[in-house]
Ligand binder design. Structure first.
Ligand SMILES: Cc1cc2nc3c(=O)[nH]c(=O)nc-3n(C[C@H](O)[C@H](O)[C@H](O)COP(=O)(O)O)c2cc1C
Length: 185
């Protein structure tokens, strides 16, 4: 069965990201075509990148890197749930991405972003990063506005159409995650 990780891309106390990721997970688990798992960056306690060798060498020296690598390696695709910080993704998510290389290769990815402009600028940056990691990022994306999909900028209450947007994004991530399987063998 195709396995997709829903990655919580913010680690801040009081983060909106966790509620967003849980909402996506609730929608995803109604599906029968793949398994979906929440992956919380907070659980991995990754420090600022502290590996001597570049990730592409695959020589991980720290237990925290190996634990993160094992988790990411076990999935066929990812949904990155990202905030927008200063017109980009979070430092925590970029750092976690930078720790690994081969584990990301030939996988699929979709994005759920949130911010005052839907977090779309964070996703544009992430799409450039995905290219370097040989991740196939799908077109459909979910952009939640802090003004219309949250109450008081902090309580998630997505507009009715957003569930369909999540479904469209997941359709593409599952399809591409499966289609790329021959390259991962
Ligand atoms: C350091 C920082 C920078 C931010 N920069 C932006 C920004 O450039 N554009 C934007 O729309 N929102 C920005 N915001 C608002 C966040 O998108 C919003 O607070 C969101 O809830 C943050 O995600 P989190 O709650 O999961 O940490 C910023 C927030 C923080 C903490």
């Amino acid at each position: 069965m195709t396995k997709i990780a829903i990655i919580i891309g913010s680690t801040r106390p009081g983060r909106n990201g966790e509620a967003v990721a849980r909402w996506v997970h609730d929608i995803a688990t109604k599906r029968q075509d793949a398994e979906f798992e929440l992956v919380d960056l907070k659980d991995f306690g990754l420090p600022p990148l502290d590996e001597v060798m570049p990730a592409a060498m695959g020589q991980y020296s720290h237990p925290h890197t190996r634990a993160w690598a094992e988790t990411i390696d076990s999935f066929d695709g990812y949904v990155f749930v990202t905030p927008e910080y200063n017109h980009s993704t979070s430092g925590a998510l970029k750092n976690a991405i930078d720790f690994l290389y081969a584990e990301w290769n030939n996988k699929a990815a979709g994005f759920v972003s949130y911010g005052s402009a839907g977090g779309t600028r964070a996703v544009e940056h992430l799409r450039l990063v995905m290219g370097e990691l040989q991740v196939a990022d799908v077109r459909a994306q979910v952009a939640l506005s802090l003004f219309t999909d949250f109450e008081h900028f902090s309580v998630l209450n997505p507009a009715a159409h957003q569930e369909d947007t999540v479904t469209a994004m997941l359709d593409q991530v599952v399809a591409w995650g499966e289609a790329l399987q021959p390259l991962r063998r």
